[in-house]
Design a protein around this ligand. Structure first.
Ligand SMILES: NC(=O)c1ccc[n+]([C@@H]2O[C@H](COP(=O)([O-])OP(=O)(O)OC[C@H]3O[C@@H](n4cnc5c(N)ncnc54)[C@H](OP(=O)(O)O)[C@@H]3O)[C@@H](O)[C@H]2O)c1
Length: 279
């Protein structure tokens, strides 16, 4: 299932009219999950401004634990007031999935924070408490029994969680949101994108030497992550309606053919064993 990663929707450089058009087009195309966060600029605000009247049409996922005026980050107050703030900004009475956003393992395990999430869930402010992160922290979150969903990087170049966490998460019935599902379109860079988010993925692609055959790279990448075992939703991030439409059409084609999956598996077995998940 395809979701919309609304990180790009938060960019100040994106005109309001385009943000509005993109968000509505996502729902019109049948997308039913939108993922945002406290840290994504204007994203939460725009989701509220443009989609409040269509709130029943989508699952709303956001993240927090930081960025609340007057309280320290990763305190019970930052969870409680952060959820209240997010509800206000997004003009809604409930958040479907609320993630602790990439906090380190020792923060994640704190009872005072977990208890605050439980209270918010019991009060109906959030429906599912979730964790977004990678590696050791993600593995703990998935096994802890304290979370109903996780968000983690899953793509051609980032398969740590796919191999180490998702099988167990699926068996326990956890929701799994695959972030960075097309590896930040790293193949688009003709040379190393130094200092950019896609840099590690670009480097891994050089090593994996995958061949998408007749498919273009976007289709190759997205049909892999959207149908990876255990993934509930792959949230491609985009600020462009034409890319959104393209992604919907690609996912409608279903999983990759078996020979491409075998190629990806063999390349990962040869090169990917030491590669951790990238936040
Ligand atoms: N929890 C976390 O810490 C965390 C971290 C990263 C991301 N996320 C979430 O995951 C979402 C997705 O991650 P991401 O945006 O980092 O990575 P991504 O979805 O793998 O890649 C996004 C990039 O791909 C491009 N793109 C999208 N569709 C395309 C298409 N059809 N053809 C060519 N290029 C295309 C986008 O550019 P255009 O805008 O030009 O389309 C954008 O540069 C985010 O929006 C956010 O919701 C969460």
């Amino acid at each position: 299932m395809l979701g919309l990663g609304a990180g790009q929707v938060g960019a100040e450089a994106l005109p309001e009219a385009e943000a509005e058009r993109l968000l509505h087009r996502a729902l019109d195309l049948g997308i039913t999950l939108i993922d945002t966060a406290r840290g994504y600029g204007l994203s939460e605000e725009r989701v509220g401004r443009y989609l409040a009247s269509r709130r029943d049409e989508f699952v709303l996922s956001t993240k927090g634990g930081y960025g609340v005026e007057g309280v320290g980050d990763w305190t019970p107050g930052s969870i409680r007031l952060g959820i209240e703030r997010a509800l206000r900004v997004m003009r809604t009475d409930r958040i479907d999935i609320f993630h602790l956003h990439s906090c380190p393992p020792d923060t994640l395990r704190r009872d005072d924070l977990l208890a605050e999430l439980d209270r918010a869930r019991d009060a109906g402010l959030i429906r599912v408490a979730a964790y977004s992160g990678e590696n050791e922290a993600l593995a703990w979150a998935a096994e802890s029994g304290r979370f109903g969903s996780i968000q983690t990087s899953v793509n051609l170049t980032d398969q740590w969680s796919l191999h180490h966490v998702l099988p167990g998460a699926a068996a326990r019935g956890l929701g799994v949101i695959a972030k960075r599902p097309i590896a930040n379109a790293a193949w688009q860079f003709s040379k190393r994108p130094v200092g950019q988010y896609a840099e590690v993925y670009w480097e891994r692609l050089q090593t994996l030497r995958l061949d998408p055959g007749d498919l273009d790279w976007n289709e190759f990448a997205l049909r892999f992550s959207a149908f990876a075992p255990g993934v509930s939703s792959a949230i491609v991030g985009t600020a462009r309606v034409e890319n959104l439409e393209r992604n919907v059409a690609v996912v409608e084609k279903g999983p990759l053919p078996a020979e491409l999956l075998r190629q990806i598996e063999a390349a990962w077995a040869e090169h990917g064993q030491g590669w951790g998940g990238e936040v």
